[in-house]
Write a protein that binds this ligand. Structure first.
Ligand code: 6GU
Length: 240
């Protein structure tokens, strides 16, 4: 997958794309990332990219021309892909959207700074995305989040694809708790069933714990999950 990122702060991305799982996906060519600084398209000697708001108000607004001119050049660099603006007004990112985004061969991510984009920039976007109900100083950290979440859906980026398939949210439920050695630590025991070789039993135990954790900590996710009759019975017996 090719990901183009349009930003005023390309240097912010360096470490994130060099290190860890994402770094190795980049080195292995599973994900190709290109950074584009739209400051280069700014007006005048100072390469100005922002101005005050019409109608007044605090903060600076990103001017349409520099960003849109940059974006048009970026689009032409490769086969088309959705142009995604990162804004707090966008569609909230979730795992289902991440999976859909991972099916494209190319994504173009546009990061804003200052108080926001001039509204005429927005019509260039195929989609606006938000990473949650809080405000960041710019879209860069949101773009990193999108790149990270999408990259790990590409086969080969995460060591074993099963680990992706067992993630929180993958089947619409949160992950079950995990344990590693030692079996007893500071008096706390790993559940006995996990220490025995009964694979069907372990599956059942984990699935029940997923259901329970989801019901307790994310009732919104739980109500959206498709439960089987077996799931309902299992929960009933846990709660009775
Ligand atoms: Cl995508 N951008 C900004 N600036 N703030 C956010 C966000 C994006 N998502 C949540 N908060």
């Amino acid at each position: 997958m090719r990901i183009d990122i349009v930003t005023l702060l390309p240097a912010l991305f360096d470490k994130v794309f060099e290190e860890s799982v994402l770094g190795s996906a980049v080195r292995n060519g599973l994900v190709e990332i290109f950074l584009h600084n739209f400051r280069e398209y700014g007006d005048g000697r100072h390469r100005t990219v922002d101005d005050t708001a019409f109608g007044g108000g605090p903060g600076m607004i990103l001017k349409p021309a520099p960003l849109v001119n940059c974006l048009r050049d970026v689009r032409r660099l490769a086969a088309p892909g959705p142009v995604i603006g990162l804004t707090p007004q966008g569609l909230p990112l979730n795992q289902k959207l991440v999976k859909e985004l991972a099916s494209f061969d190319r994504l173009i991510l546009v990061c804003g700074r200052y108080e926001g984009f001039d509204e005429r920039i927005i019509s260039e976007f195929d989609l606006e995305l938000s990473i949650g109900d809080y405000v960041l100083t710019g879209g860069e950290i949101a773009a990193m989040t999108v790149v990270d979440a999408v990259s790990r859906m590409i086969p080969g980026t995460v060591g074993r694809q099963e680990s992706v398939e067992q993630d929180s949210f993958y089947e619409g439920l949160l992950d079950h708790p995990q344990y590693t050695r030692p079996a007893t630590w500071e008096g706390l025991e790993v559940p006995a069933i996990l220490q025995e070789g009964n694979h069907a039993g372990i599956e059942e135990f984990r699935h029940c714990r997923s259901l329970l954790t989801t019901a307790v900590s994310r009732p919104d996710v739980f109500s959206a999950a498709e439960l089987s009759d077996h799931d309902r019975e299992a929960l009933q017996s846990l709660l009775s």
